[in-house]
Design a protein around this ligand. Structure first.
Ligand SMILES: O=c1ccn([C@H]2C[C@H](O)[C@@H](COP(=O)(O)OP(=O)(O)OP(=O)(O)O)O2)c(=O)[nH]1
Ligand SMILES: [Mg+2]
Length: 152
């Protein structure tokens, strides 16, 4: 296992009283993100509707890493709720509130209550590469074959 990274968390006023994001099991890949919507104003997502759902936290992700915002499989399998831009990318230099773009692909309206665990964030290494313009690409066995060129 590599070195354990520390992620700073800043709680915004509208996250007052919410549990801190946490890894739910000892070996969980991601920590869950909760909806920081008002307790008296749950968000109703109609079928095919999407919403930018606040989490109430700012995350300080170390340089060389990213946060990947991913759907929860239970919400997806049971209700058709997923992240529209999965995996969402949280940059290491982002200091705004992390939000989750949820979409309801199910047939029924879905209600998001305050504190509901709506998505998870996985911290992953993401080195920045050096981009170098070239006249042509080097040859490979695959060449330009793609999009099913090896069969189905
Ligand atoms: O699911 C997501 C995806 C992104 N972000 C935040 C963190 C990320 O660092 C920033 C920008 O994301 P991205 O680069 O994907 O969006 P963009 O449309 O390219 O916006 P920008 O021009 O700000 O980079 O938005 C979230 O909070 N949740
Ligand atoms: Mg961007």
């Amino acid at each position: 296992m590599g070195e354990v990274q520390t992620i700073g968390l800043v709680r915004l006023p509208h996250a007052a009283g919410l549990p801190l994001p946490a890894y739910e099991t000892a070996g969980a890949a991601g920590f869950d993100l909760r909806a920081a919507v008002e307790a008296d104003a749950p968000l109703v997502l109609e079928p095919m509707a999407r919403a930018l759902v606040p989490t109430g936290f700012v995350f300080e992700i170390p340089l060389g890493f990213e946060g990947q915002v991913r759907p929860r499989s239970g919400l997806a399998a049971r209700h058709g709720i997923t992240c529209l831009n999965t995996p969402g990318t949280v940059d290491s230099d982002y200091r705004g509130e992390v939000k989750v773009i949820l979409i309801n692909l199910g047939a029924e309206p879905f209600t998001i209550e305050r504190g509901m665990r709506i998505a998870q964030m996985v911290i992953a290494p993401s080195p920045q590469a050096q981009l170098e313009e070239r006249a042509q690409a080097g040859e490979t066995a695959r060449g330009k074959g793609g999009f099913g060129s090896t069969g189905v």
